[in-house]
Design a protein around this ligand. Sequence first.
Ligand code: MSP
Length: 643
Amino acid sequence: MKSFYITTPIYYVNDKPHIGHAYTTILADVLARYHRLLDVPTFFLTGTDEHGQKVAEAAKAKGIEPIEQCETTVVRFRELWEKLEITNDDFIRTTEDRHKRVVQEILQRLYDDGEIYKANYEGSYCTPCERFYTDKDLVEGRCPECNRDVDTIIEPNYFFRMGKEQEWLIEYIDNHPEFIQPAHRRNETLGFLRKPLGDLCISRPKSRLSWGIELPFDKDYVCYVWFDALINYIGVPGYGSDDSRFSKFWPATYHLIGKDILTTHTVYWPIMLKAIGIDLPQTIFAHGWWLVGKDKMGKSLGNVVDPMKMCDDYGIDAFRYFLLAEMTPGNDASFTDKAFIDRYNTDLADNLGNMLNRAVKLIHRYFDGRIPEAGPEEDVDAQLKSVTFAAVEQMTDALGSMKLDRGLDAAMGVVKECNRYFEQTAPWILAKEKNTERLGTVLYTAAESLRIVSGLLFPIMPTKMAAMREVLGLGEDKATPKLADLSRWAVLESGTKIQDLHSLFPRIETQKNESNPTKKNKDKHKMNDGKDAPDLGVIDISDVGKVKLKTAKIIVAEKIEGADRILRLEIMVGSEQRQIIAGIAQYYSPEELIGKTIVVVTNLKPATIRGVESNGMLLAAKDKDGLHLITADGNCESGAEVG
Ligand code: MSP
């Protein structure tokens, strides 16, 4: 690949950015970061679309000039991109001179070549709203905004000869399946092109709308905002100003867009480029929309998701991860706080964060915080290695085919496999048996897998993954991964000091509103407490269900200094690692506890005992001989529900 050039749409500055804008820009950022890691010359462009009716109307509503509207709103976009650690190489504002100059040069050339001509435009016009509407926009023949009658107006305007290229465009799309993606969007464009394609009105008389770029051949008109905006994609990389840079990056590899701006990008833009005399971009990729629950997001519905707030509430990298993991590019996706928290807790806290925690703690405990030496490889080690390398390939494919959600699934699959690997190899038992060589191999293998996972996820969560790499002893110079190292094994050097880990992804605890029972429950309570039903201490089956019991494997047990009745236990409840404090020190020694599968209450509110957090309670029976832990019979796995 000679170069990689990716663009986002340039965003209207009529309002502040929302989750949809954040999604496209993060997707572009991830692909740009990935190509930079591949050492491919990369150019990533975003910016703002500042002319046209939408921006003029937003300004008018506030009683300010359009340029003031632009100046204040562009700051919101710049701030958000900075917060989200977006690594765009340039940021174009269409009110900048460098943009206006290219637009005017192109307009003049096309006019001189006869590609732009003057003719009458006939349409339905609402005088109070000062807007033209197409027949489709009208509601029972009246203005969709104010419901007044519209006038048919004939107005001289300038047109771009678009219609004559209809057959050429259909043929081009047919011959270049990669040009419009995904395939269902290509079909949508081809469907649109089945109807006759007219010429495009590219001017607005200043008497009606003056906020735009003046036509160089008629100062009474400004350019239609779309004709002006699309040109940013070629102007910024150097069309008309820097030929060598332009030929380095053009044709663009990807124009990322939302599905609602498909026609402008896949019909107007290719025909404009043909008239200008340059090649078409390689791929226009249209993603779906973010819905909120099942609803369209909109200001009037009051459900707009603010990306700044999401970052403040949950962290930047987690937000980046969620957006990419949750949307299959091309389809719509649904945002809810619950979906966010569920995915965060499952993927990041319980799976990735926990696994890293387990490996790091064991290396600290048994190898003095240094990467151990790996001994002979066994089948289970080879299995984890092969799942890890398969994920590298899956991520590479996913990035090339814009299926990032699948790549993320593969990376998270490796972490799940690491957790399973620990269950199979039981390093805590190896430690108990003092089998240091095998323990070293197991911990080395897991750490290597996690190193590769941190590299795979680096473009998506740059800060958290750099932190994870530092924990694994990949000092500052190796915090940024080399892509070649993702396909190599044994990159971690034995003896390297690893760092302490401060919870990478702390679980988000949701407040279950127990004090606000549903009406049904209230009635039930009332029945139990009522005069007719004497309280015999009998409980309902639903009361039993409130206590969540699960099996858990003890992986660490130790005394707490100055407290002779309690022990600190680290347990695995499935893939989730927890710490509990148990008053069993008089009955069990730490050594005999390791490896036991016990039963714990998992939904008990965490408590602090002797300054240490206890997150759960184990079950034990007490009789005249002392205390007996309730354990699971046979070879029961951890995390199984008890009930
Ligand atoms: N200014 C034009 C683009 C010109 S590009 C030469 C424009 N701007 S916009 O601000 O209205 O929209 C920008 C992008 O946001 C579009 O790709 C649009 O699809 C996307 N989204 C708007 N709402 C969205 C969601 N709810 N979800 C995902 N993306 C959405 O159009």
